[in-house]
Design a protein around this ligand. Structure first.
Ligand SMILES: Nc1ncnc2c1ncn2[C@@H]1O[C@H](COP(=O)(O)OP(=O)(O)OP(=O)(O)O)[C@@H](O)[C@H]1O
Ligand SMILES: [Mg+2]
Length: 261
């Protein structure tokens, strides 16, 4: 009978859908607690994006999703409301955060961290550093420029075959130099993991732990970042001394804290 087929068929489809999507849904449920869903819906209402398309990357501390606004793609970073993030945060970053945020609970600190990432992205973008342009944030959700194209998000620098490491070095000097001289910020977690490679150029991401160049630990952090990058360049066949890299980006003008001077 046509009537009962009409009723049964869609129901059976729904069950199959449910099975197929169960894994994906479980994954997503972990991110989207009630507050996060409200934050997402508020950002949608504000017109920052229309829909979350799919996850680009998921970690213990949060996830990054591709989103669409009309035909334009955007990236949405969602921090998980839990204390795991603070266990991995370097003490200097936690100190900075506590100075900025009066919040006592994890949620409040995570909101402050999200705001901090937004502010720092803006400051870097204003200085002409290639970073995702920030579009807005609310609670633990940050909306920014999507780095990639319709086929996928841009790969991380560590996963890209580089045939001209000298040119890459020059580009890194330009980008990191702008960060230090113009934005007056030291990233603090620069690595080929936190650098995307898009259309033949680098894009720096994951900036929330950055500090001002006059921070007592700025020089130490910059030296560590550049030492890591020197090693990476060395593996690509381009040898550069960290001290030379530091001079090239203008980091030698950063003042060491008085106790170490
Ligand atoms: N604006 C963006 N456009 C496209 N992809 C992005 C963007 N921002 C982040 N990603 C992707 O999401 C991943 C994680 O982003 P990010 O480093 O900011 O977060 P994280 O919390 O530090 O995560 P992880 O611990 O994996 O590094 C990146 O490695 C990159 O693949
Ligand atoms: Mg990262």
């Amino acid at each position: 009978m046509p009537r009962s087929r009409d009723v049964v068929f869609p129901r059976r489809e729904r069950v199959e859908d449910r099975r197929k999507d169960a894994g994906q849904r479980k994954l997503l449920d972990e991110f989207f607690d009630h507050g996060t869903l409200l934050a997402v819906s508020r950002l949608v209402t504000q017109g920052l994006f229309d829909v979350l398309d799919h996850p680009i990357s998921q970690g213990k501390e949060g996830g990054v999703f591709r989103a669409s606004k009309g035909t334009e793609l955007r990236a949405v970073k969602i921090y998980r409301i839990s204390n795991t993030m603070f266990r991995h945060l370097p003490p200097y970053a936690l100190e900075e955060l506590r100075r900025e945020a009066s919040a006592r609970n994890y949620g409040g600190l995570i909101f402050a961290w999200t705001r901090r990432e937004h502010t720092i992205l803006g400051r870097l973008a204003d200085a002409g550093v290639r970073v995702p342009v920030p579009y807005g944030h609310y609670r633990n959700v940050l909306v920014m420029e999507y780095i990639g194209n319709a086929d996928g998000a841009a790969p991380r620098l560590k996963d890209v075959p580089i045939d001209a490491p000298a040119a890459l070095y020059e580009e890194l000097v330009r980008e990191f130099g702008r960060m230090i001289r113009d934005a007056k910020l030291v990233h603090g977690d620069l690595s080929p993991y936190n650098t995307l490679y898009h259309e033949g150029r680098v894009v720096v991401i994951d900036v929330a732990q950055s500090v001002r160049t006059d921070h007592p630990q700025a020089l130490g952090l910059l030296e560590r970042d550049l030492t890591n990058f020197s090693r990476f360049l060395g593996r690509l066949g381009y040898d550069v001394e960290p001290a030379e890299f530091l001079r090239a980006v203008g980091g030698d003008r950063l003042v060491a804290p008085a106790s170490e001077a």
